[in-house]
Write a new protein. Structure first.
Length: 476
């Protein structure tokens, strides 16, 4: 039954993509001819950001950490303001398809290629983690033992490639809009089912959630824990700056808007919409945990919601499947388009808007193959909390990007630092951050959370400053 749903869903996306992406030009593929309505981009970005991971990981987090994730979500809103008013004007004024071309102004081609490589590595791994969670859960629920998981993953990624290879961003804006609507609808239906199983209506359910110990949001009592408010809040702001503001995937959609004013409106609206959507996910996790009993959960982490869905009947299973498909497809399709853009523009040196469709299709196919391979490899390395894995990846791989962009924005004088040592600093920074976090845990009992991102970015920034001073001294 789920396989039939997958095929029908694929047909629906293909139809929408065909209707909105008939033109095969580079201008359409990469920037949608800069005609995307801001409201459509904003709503579609919600689905792309949430991904299939949130459908299982965010609800699965509740028994262990309550609603503490909302501290980070509130920090996200600050980050969206920074992106809207600091970074978007820079990208719009540059007029380039790739945001990493901006690094050329202060760090030369070595900086641009280094930034693009870190983006590609993080986006490949992040997209693979998100898509793996969705594909594996659907595979398990489908009970299709005759079909090996690698083949199932290949089919799913092939579906995404098929409806994005031609229309690109222009198609993705509208397919993501549809998928976000289906995702939220599925989430609401799952909440309704959970409430009905507990003999609650929406009003009494809201009171139940508010009165539960698991709905606690703010944690100010122990600064050394990972759930401490200021750790989550500040880290949330910087996570958005790097995951949205320094991410070709998310910014490319904003650049498809008609003007900077509309792009800002889109960014701020998207940030506000992210709050109620995450509250719905957390509320679902709270209800499911209380339905079974917090001390008697039949499953934990990412396995909790799928277990509930499988036990709740075929109708709930269908709702969950649609939500997972919608969120996972909307996440990976834009990631693949962004990786194609960066590969062509930053690493191959092509004019992305004038590149031949034949070369673009080949690169896009290569990206799809890389995502599929990464998804299959992840089957050997599993985690109970996939969303935590994603944010840990961000802390290590986007930290160097944060440091490089900070240097370009705030260090105006002194010429261009175009040196292979920039690459060395960017590679050493995550390693030094990892070593520092382990040392703090062993010697001070301090557990670093996502503030590791700030340390990583600071090390990169200071490293580039040192390179600049050493090269200046050498020339003098």
């Amino acid at each position: 039954m789920l396989i039939l749903l997958l095929v029908l869903y694929f047909c629906l996306l293909t139809y929408v993509s065909h209707r909105t992406g008939k033109n095969d030009s580079g201008a359409d593929f990469f920037l949608g001819n800069r005609r995307s309505p801001w409201w459509a981009v904003a709503i579609g970005m919600v689905g792309a950001s949430v991904s299939g991971v949130s459908f299982v990981s965010v609800p699965g987090w509740v028994p262990a950490s309550s609603f503490s994730y909302m501290q980070m979500v509130l920090g996200f809103l600050v980050g969206y303001v920074v992106v809207a008013y600091l970074l978007l004007p820079i990208y719009y004024n540059s007029g380039n398809v790739s945001i990493y071309s901006y690094l050329t102004s202060r760090l030369g081609e070595s900086g641009r290629k280094t930034g693009a490589l870190f983006f590609l590595l993080n986006k490949l791994m992040g997209a693979a983690v998100k898509f793996y969670v969705a594909a594996y859960v659907l595979y398990q629920l489908s009970d299709i033992d005759f079909l090996p998981f690698p083949v199932f993953a290949l089919l799913c990624v092939s579906f995404v490639y098929f409806y994005t290879y031609k229309g690109g961003i222009r198609s993705i804006v509208w397919t993501d809009l549809l998928q976000t609507f289906l995702m939220v609808l599925s989430l609401v239906l799952l909440l309704h089912k959970a409430l009905s199983l507990m003999d609650l209506d929406w009003r009494s359910g809201l009171s139940f959630i508010a009165d539960s110990d698991l709905s606690r949001i703010f944690y100010f009592d122990d600064w050394s824990t990972r759930t401490y408010f200021w750790k989550h809040f500040v880290s949330g702001a910087f996570v958005v700056v790097v995951m949205t503001g320094l991410d070709q995937d998310m910014i490319q959609k904003n650049l498809s808007c008609r003007s900077l004013k509309e792009a800002r409106r889109n960014m701020l609206s998207y940030g506000v919409l992210f709050i109620p959507v995450n509250l719905l996910f957390l509320s679902l996790g709270l209800l499911v945990a209380n339905y079974y009993g917090v001390d008697a959960l039949p499953a934990t982490g990412d396995a909790l919601l799928p277990y509930f869905v499988k036990e709740a009947g075929p109708a709930v299973l269908m709702c969950f499947a649609v939500g997972m498909l919608a969120s996972s497809f909307s996440s990976v399709d834009s990631a693949m388009a962004a990786m194609t853009t960066s590969l062509l523009s930053d690493l191959l040196g092509e004019d992305a808007e004038r590149v031949s469709p034949k070369l673009r299709h080949r690169v896009h196919l290569g990206v799809a193959a890389a995502v599929c391979l990464a998804v299959v490899l992840l089957d050997f390395v599993r985690s109970d909390h996939a969303i935590d894995v994603i944010y840990q990846l961000v802390s290590y791989l986007y930290g160097p990007l944060l440091g490089m962009f900070a240097y370009c924005i705030f260090r105006r004088g002194g010429g261009v630092v175009d040196s292979v040592w920039v690459v060395v600093v960017a590679v050493l920074s995550p390693l030094l951050s990892y070593g520092t976090s382990k040392a703090l845990h062993v010697f001070c009992g301090y557990d670093m959370g996502y503030e590791l991102l700030l340390l990583n970015g600071l090390i990169t920034y200071l490293g580039i400053v040192c390179i600049r001073r050493l090269t200046s001294a050498g020339r003098s």
